[in-house]
Unconditional design. Structure first.
Length: 292
C-alpha cells in the first residue's frame, strides 16, 4: 500500500488505493481521472461483520492530500468515539430518491466493475422498468410489497426480464446500504421475491435447417432478399414496382456463418478484433499448398 502523498496522487492511475500510514484513508481514481478522497470504516462495536461505511472527504484539487489526511484523522477520531459520520449524513439527507440511488449505483458501482454490455443492461433495467414506476419514491420508503408489485407487472409480459430487474434492484439497495446512502438496518426490499419460472430457449438447428439457412445466405449476398413492403403505407406508391431486392453485405453473411461455425455469442463476433484471431495452422494439420 502506498502513502497517499501529493506525488503519488498526481501520477495515480484509475483504481482504489489505501494509505499505508493511516488505515481507512482511501483514494479512489475513476476511469475519467477524477480523484476523490474517502474514509472507509466500520461503526464501533460491530467488528469485522459490521457494515462497511464510506465517508467522502472531497475531490483532489478542491482539497489537498494533506488536508484530506487531516480530515480523515478527524473522522476516524469520531468513529473511535462511537459516532457513525456516514450514517449521520445519510440520515440528514434522508431524501434520496430511487432515481438518485439508481444514478449513483450505475455510476459508482456498475460502470467501473461490469463489462460495458452488462452495464448497458443494468441501465435498461433501471431506466426503462424501475424509474418510470418508482423513481420518484424515497428509497427508504420502498418495501418488499413495492418490488413484488413491480415484479408482477413486468412479468405479465416479460418473465425473465422481471427476474433480472429484481436482481438489479437488490444489488442497487445493497450498494445504497454499503455506501451509507440508506440506513444500515434497512432490509433489502428485493430479497425474498419469488422468481418467475424460466424455461430454456436453447435449440439446435437440424441438418435440413442448416442447409436451408446456407442457401438463404448465398441468395442474400448474391441475388438479394425481397423487401417486406406494406402496400397500404403512405409511401408505398413511391417504391419501385420491380426488383424489390436488397443484397446483403458479405461481412454480414460472414458474421452469421462465423456464429454458426464457432458457437460464439453475438457480441463476441460483432466486437471481434483481428488481434484476438490466431491464424496459425493447428499442429499436425498440413497447410494446403497455394495453387500454381
Amino acid at each position: 500500500m502506498p502513502k497517499l502523498t501529493k506525488e503519488f496522487v498526481d501520477r495515480a492511475a484509475p483504481g482504489t488505493f489505501f494509505d499505508s500510514d493511516l488505515p481507512g484513508f482511501v483514494l479512489d481514481v475513476g476511469k475519467t481521472g477524477v480523484k476523490t478522497f474517502f474514509v472507509r470504516y466500520r461503526p464501533k462495536g460491530t467488528g469485522r461483520s459490521g457494515p462497511r461505511r464510506y465517508f467522502k472527504i472531497g475531490r483532489y484539487g478542491v482539497v489537498t492530500p494533506a488536508e484530506a489526511r487531516n480530515e480523515a484523522r478527524r473522522v476516524l477520531g469520531r468513529v473511535a468515539a462511537g459516532e457513525d459520520p456516514a450514517a449521520e449524513i445519510a440520515e440528514a439527507r434522508g431524501a434520496i430518491s430511487v432515481a438518485e440511488l439508481a444514478e449513483r449505483f450505475l455510476a459508482d458501482e456498475v460502470a467501473p466493475k461490469r463489462k460495458p454490455g452488462t452495464a448497458a443492461l443494468y441501465s435498461i433495467y433501471l431506466r426503462k422498468h424501475v424509474l418510470p414506476e418508482i423513481g420518484a419514491m424515497k428509497a427508504e420508503k420502498v418495501n418488499r410489497a413495492t418490488i413484488a408489485k413491480l415484479h408482477i407487472k413486468i412479468g405479465k409480459t416479460h418473465a425473465v426480464t422481471a427476474n433480472r430487474v429484481t436482481e438489479t434492484v437488490s444489488g442497487m439497495f445493497a450498494f445504497g446500504v454499503a455506501r451509507a446512502l440508506l440506513r444500515s438496518d434497512m432490509p433489502n426490499p428485493a430479497k425474498g421475491i419469488e422468481k418467475f419460472r424460466e424455461t430454456s430457449r436453447e435449440r439446435f438447428l437440424s441438418g435440413d435447417e442448416l442447409e436451408r439457412l446456407g442457401a438463404a445466405l448465398r441468395e442474400a449476398e448474391t441475388v438479394g432478399v425481397p423487401w417486406q413492403v406494406d402496400e397500404s403505407g403512405p409511401n408505398a406508391k413511391h417504391l419501385p414496382k420491380e426488383r424489390r431486392l436488397t443484397v446483403l453485405s458479405p461481412f454480414a453473411t460472414a458474421a452469421i456463418r462465423l456464429l454458426l461455425f464457432t458457437g460464439c455469442r453475438l457480441r463476441e463476433i460483432l466486437h471481434l478484433k483481428w488481434t484476438a484471431v490466431d491464424a496459425r495452422v493447428p499442429p499436425g494439420r498440413a497447410q494446403r499448398a497455394a495453387p500454381s
